[in-house]
Design a protein around this ligand. Sequence first.
Ligand code: ACM
Length: 265
Amino acid sequence: MTYRVGFIQNQPVFGDIEANRNRITHLLEGFEADLLVLPELFTTGYQFASREEANDLAETISGPTTEFLTAFAKNKNLFIIAGLVERDGDAIYNSSLVTGPDGLIGRYRKIHLFDTEKNIFDAGDEPPPVFELGPARVGVMICFDWRFPETARSLALSNADVIAHPSNLVLPHCPQSMITRCLENRVYAITADRVGIEQRIPGETLTFIGQSQVVDPDGNVLVRASSDREESAVVEIDLAKARQKSINPANDLFRDRRVDLYRLS
Ligand code: ACM
Protein backbone atom coordinates (compact mmCIF):
# COMPACT_ATOMS: atom_id res chain seq x y z
CA MET A 1 0.00 0.00 0.00
CA THR A 2 2.21 2.79 -1.23
CA TYR A 3 1.46 6.45 -0.61
CA ARG A 4 3.53 9.45 -1.68
CA VAL A 5 4.06 12.05 1.03
CA GLY A 6 5.94 15.31 0.89
CA PHE A 7 6.61 18.66 2.46
CA ILE A 8 7.42 22.21 1.49
CA GLN A 9 9.93 24.07 3.68
CA ASN A 10 9.43 27.81 3.18
CA GLN A 11 10.71 31.16 4.49
CA PRO A 12 7.66 33.39 4.92
CA VAL A 13 7.87 37.17 4.98
CA PHE A 14 6.13 38.21 8.20
CA GLY A 15 2.61 39.51 7.56
CA ASP A 16 2.66 39.34 3.76
CA ILE A 17 0.09 36.61 3.21
CA GLU A 18 -0.23 37.21 -0.52
CA ALA A 19 3.52 37.11 -1.19
CA ASN A 20 3.84 33.98 0.93
CA ARG A 21 1.02 32.21 -0.92
CA ASN A 22 2.58 33.20 -4.26
CA ARG A 23 5.91 31.82 -3.13
CA ILE A 24 4.22 28.52 -2.24
CA THR A 25 2.69 28.40 -5.73
CA HIS A 26 6.21 28.71 -7.11
CA LEU A 27 7.65 26.07 -4.75
CA LEU A 28 4.82 23.70 -5.70
CA GLU A 29 5.58 23.76 -9.42
CA GLY A 30 5.87 20.16 -10.56
CA PHE A 31 4.96 18.81 -7.10
CA GLU A 32 3.29 15.38 -7.33
CA ALA A 33 2.22 13.41 -4.23
CA ASP A 34 -0.79 12.00 -2.38
CA LEU A 35 -0.24 14.13 0.73
CA LEU A 36 1.50 17.49 1.11
CA VAL A 37 2.35 19.00 4.51
CA LEU A 38 3.13 22.71 4.82
CA PRO A 39 4.62 24.46 7.88
CA GLU A 40 2.81 25.91 10.87
CA LEU A 41 1.54 29.49 10.17
CA PHE A 42 2.99 29.22 6.67
CA THR A 43 1.29 32.31 5.22
CA THR A 44 1.82 34.76 8.09
CA GLY A 45 5.12 34.11 9.83
CA TYR A 46 5.40 33.30 13.51
CA GLN A 47 6.49 36.11 15.82
CA PHE A 48 3.35 38.13 16.56
CA ALA A 49 3.96 41.17 18.72
CA SER A 50 0.42 41.06 20.12
CA ARG A 51 -2.85 39.18 19.96
CA GLU A 52 -4.28 42.09 17.95
CA GLU A 53 -1.61 41.60 15.30
CA ALA A 54 -2.52 37.91 15.02
CA ASN A 55 -6.19 38.81 14.86
CA ASP A 56 -5.50 41.14 11.92
CA LEU A 57 -3.92 38.26 9.99
CA ALA A 58 -6.37 35.57 11.10
CA GLU A 59 -8.80 33.81 8.75
CA THR A 60 -11.74 31.52 9.26
CA ILE A 61 -11.17 27.84 8.55
CA SER A 62 -12.90 28.21 5.19
CA GLY A 63 -11.19 31.52 4.33
CA PRO A 64 -8.84 32.49 1.49
CA THR A 65 -5.90 30.26 2.52
CA THR A 66 -8.15 27.20 2.57
CA GLU A 67 -9.61 28.24 -0.81
CA PHE A 68 -6.11 28.69 -2.21
CA LEU A 69 -4.95 25.25 -1.02
CA THR A 70 -8.18 23.51 -2.01
CA ALA A 71 -7.81 24.78 -5.58
CA PHE A 72 -4.34 23.30 -5.64
CA ALA A 73 -5.59 20.03 -4.07
CA LYS A 74 -8.27 19.70 -6.77
CA ASN A 75 -5.85 20.52 -9.54
CA LYS A 76 -3.23 18.03 -8.37
CA ASN A 77 -5.60 15.48 -6.82
CA LEU A 78 -3.89 15.38 -3.43
CA PHE A 79 -4.53 16.09 0.26
CA ILE A 80 -2.94 19.07 2.04
CA ILE A 81 -2.33 19.79 5.72
CA ALA A 82 -1.12 23.31 6.50
CA GLY A 83 -0.82 25.82 9.34
CA LEU A 84 -3.21 28.74 9.72
CA VAL A 85 -4.00 31.56 12.16
CA GLU A 86 -7.62 30.60 12.63
CA ARG A 87 -10.29 33.02 13.83
CA ASP A 88 -13.51 31.61 15.26
CA GLY A 89 -15.64 34.33 16.85
CA ASP A 90 -13.44 36.05 19.43
CA ALA A 91 -11.04 33.12 19.63
CA ILE A 92 -7.75 32.85 17.70
CA TYR A 93 -6.11 29.46 17.29
CA ASN A 94 -2.80 28.18 15.97
CA SER A 95 -4.48 25.64 13.70
CA SER A 96 -3.82 23.25 10.86
CA LEU A 97 -6.37 22.85 8.09
CA VAL A 98 -6.90 19.60 6.22
CA THR A 99 -8.18 19.83 2.67
CA GLY A 100 -8.42 17.68 -0.44
CA PRO A 101 -9.84 17.39 -3.95
CA ASP A 102 -13.42 17.52 -2.60
CA GLY A 103 -12.83 20.52 -0.34
CA LEU A 104 -12.17 21.21 3.33
CA ILE A 105 -12.02 18.05 5.46
CA GLY A 106 -11.18 19.26 8.96
CA ARG A 107 -8.79 21.07 11.27
CA TYR A 108 -6.72 20.73 14.41
CA ARG A 109 -6.14 23.49 16.96
CA LYS A 110 -2.74 23.28 18.68
CA ILE A 111 -3.15 22.11 22.27
CA HIS A 112 0.39 22.72 23.60
CA LEU A 113 1.19 26.39 23.04
CA PHE A 114 4.89 27.29 23.15
CA ASP A 115 6.24 30.16 25.24
CA THR A 116 4.77 33.54 24.14
CA GLU A 117 2.19 31.79 21.95
CA LYS A 118 0.22 31.69 25.20
CA ASN A 119 -0.17 35.49 24.95
CA ILE A 120 -1.39 35.29 21.36
CA PHE A 121 -3.53 32.20 20.83
CA ASP A 122 -6.27 30.30 22.57
CA ALA A 123 -5.28 26.68 23.24
CA GLY A 124 -7.23 24.02 21.37
CA ASP A 125 -9.57 21.96 23.51
CA GLU A 126 -10.26 19.01 21.20
CA PRO A 127 -8.16 15.82 20.92
CA PRO A 128 -5.60 15.60 18.10
CA PRO A 129 -7.60 14.12 15.18
CA VAL A 130 -7.02 11.37 12.63
CA PHE A 131 -8.39 11.70 9.08
CA GLU A 132 -8.84 9.09 6.36
CA LEU A 133 -7.03 10.64 3.42
CA GLY A 134 -7.32 8.11 0.61
CA PRO A 135 -5.89 4.82 1.86
CA ALA A 136 -3.97 6.50 4.72
CA ARG A 137 -5.06 7.35 8.24
CA VAL A 138 -3.34 10.65 8.95
CA GLY A 139 -3.08 12.22 12.40
CA VAL A 140 -2.26 15.88 12.94
CA MET A 141 -0.17 17.61 15.57
CA ILE A 142 1.59 20.99 15.49
CA CYS A 143 5.21 21.81 16.33
CA PHE A 144 5.68 21.94 20.15
CA ASP A 145 3.19 19.06 20.54
CA TRP A 146 6.29 16.89 19.87
CA ARG A 147 7.56 17.65 23.37
CA PHE A 148 4.55 15.82 24.84
CA PRO A 149 4.86 12.14 23.84
CA GLU A 150 1.20 11.61 24.71
CA THR A 151 0.27 13.54 21.55
CA ALA A 152 1.88 11.12 19.10
CA ARG A 153 0.82 8.15 21.24
CA SER A 154 -2.76 9.36 21.27
CA LEU A 155 -2.73 9.68 17.46
CA ALA A 156 -1.18 6.23 17.09
CA LEU A 157 -3.77 4.70 19.43
CA SER A 158 -6.41 6.35 17.23
CA ASN A 159 -4.97 4.27 14.37
CA ALA A 160 -2.89 6.93 12.61
CA ASP A 161 -0.45 5.45 10.07
CA VAL A 162 1.14 8.82 9.44
CA ILE A 163 1.55 11.91 11.61
CA ALA A 164 1.49 15.23 9.76
CA HIS A 165 3.45 17.77 11.81
CA PRO A 166 3.37 21.37 10.57
CA SER A 167 6.08 23.20 12.51
CA ASN A 168 8.03 26.42 13.11
CA LEU A 169 10.87 24.87 15.09
CA VAL A 170 13.19 26.98 17.20
CA LEU A 171 14.49 24.29 19.61
CA PRO A 172 17.18 21.98 18.21
CA HIS A 173 15.93 18.63 19.50
CA CYS A 174 12.76 18.01 17.51
CA PRO A 175 14.17 16.30 14.39
CA GLN A 176 15.89 13.67 16.56
CA SER A 177 12.95 13.37 18.95
CA MET A 178 10.53 12.61 16.13
CA ILE A 179 12.63 9.53 15.36
CA THR A 180 11.78 8.28 18.84
CA ARG A 181 8.10 9.19 18.45
CA CYS A 182 8.04 7.07 15.27
CA LEU A 183 9.86 4.14 16.90
CA GLU A 184 7.61 4.21 19.98
CA ASN A 185 4.47 4.11 17.90
CA ARG A 186 5.57 2.52 14.63
CA VAL A 187 4.17 5.36 12.57
CA TYR A 188 5.49 7.61 9.82
CA ALA A 189 5.91 11.31 10.60
CA ILE A 190 6.20 14.23 8.21
CA THR A 191 7.56 17.33 9.91
CA ALA A 192 7.21 20.39 7.64
CA ASP A 193 9.29 23.22 9.07
CA ARG A 194 10.38 26.69 7.92
CA VAL A 195 13.73 28.50 7.72
CA GLY A 196 14.81 32.08 8.32
CA ILE A 197 15.04 34.54 11.20
CA GLU A 198 12.37 36.74 12.78
CA GLN A 199 13.43 39.71 14.89
CA ARG A 200 10.21 41.56 15.44
CA ILE A 201 10.52 41.95 19.21
CA PRO A 202 13.66 43.65 20.60
CA GLY A 203 15.93 41.11 22.28
CA GLU A 204 13.91 38.11 21.04
CA THR A 205 15.51 36.86 17.85
CA LEU A 206 14.04 33.60 16.59
CA THR A 207 16.04 31.36 14.26
CA PHE A 208 14.00 28.61 12.65
CA ILE A 209 15.93 25.39 12.20
CA GLY A 210 14.48 23.89 9.00
CA GLN A 211 15.36 20.19 8.75
CA SER A 212 11.88 19.20 7.62
CA GLN A 213 11.83 15.44 7.38
CA VAL A 214 9.98 12.20 6.81
CA VAL A 215 10.70 9.38 9.30
CA ASP A 216 9.51 5.78 8.98
CA PRO A 217 8.20 3.35 11.66
CA ASP A 218 11.69 1.85 12.08
CA GLY A 219 13.15 5.26 12.87
CA ASN A 220 14.84 5.74 9.50
CA VAL A 221 15.02 9.33 8.26
CA LEU A 222 13.81 8.90 4.66
CA VAL A 223 14.57 12.51 3.79
CA ARG A 224 15.74 15.54 5.77
CA ALA A 225 15.94 19.07 4.37
CA SER A 226 18.64 21.68 5.01
CA SER A 227 18.56 24.08 7.96
CA ASP A 228 18.63 27.24 5.81
CA ARG A 229 16.99 26.80 2.38
CA GLU A 230 13.50 26.66 0.97
CA GLU A 231 12.97 23.13 -0.32
CA SER A 232 10.45 20.46 -1.13
CA ALA A 233 10.66 16.68 -1.04
CA VAL A 234 8.44 13.70 -1.78
CA VAL A 235 9.01 10.08 -0.72
CA GLU A 236 7.01 6.91 -1.19
CA ILE A 237 5.95 5.14 2.00
CA ASP A 238 4.39 1.74 2.70
CA LEU A 239 1.33 2.11 4.94
CA ALA A 240 1.34 -1.61 5.81
CA LYS A 241 4.57 -1.07 7.73
CA ALA A 242 2.82 1.35 10.11
CA ARG A 243 -0.01 -1.14 10.73
CA GLN A 244 2.42 -3.83 11.90
CA LYS A 245 3.04 -3.03 15.56
CA SER A 246 5.01 -6.17 16.44
CA ILE A 247 8.79 -5.82 16.41
CA ASN A 248 9.66 -9.52 16.90
CA PRO A 249 7.69 -12.72 17.55
CA ALA A 250 7.40 -11.88 21.26
CA ASN A 251 6.79 -8.13 21.31
CA ASP A 252 3.95 -6.00 20.03
CA LEU A 253 4.27 -2.32 20.88
CA PHE A 254 0.57 -1.88 21.49
CA ARG A 255 -0.37 -5.24 23.01
CA ASP A 256 2.58 -5.14 25.42
CA ARG A 257 1.64 -1.79 26.92
CA ARG A 258 0.99 -2.06 30.66
CA VAL A 259 -1.87 0.38 30.96
CA ASP A 260 -2.65 -1.26 34.32
CA LEU A 261 0.63 0.13 35.67
CA TYR A 262 1.18 3.51 33.98
CA ARG A 263 0.42 6.76 35.69
CA LEU A 264 -0.97 9.36 33.28
CA SER A 265 -1.94 12.09 35.69
C1 ACM B 1 6.65 26.02 18.16
O1 ACM B 1 5.82 25.30 18.74
N1 ACM B 1 6.34 26.66 17.06
C2 ACM B 1 7.99 26.21 18.69
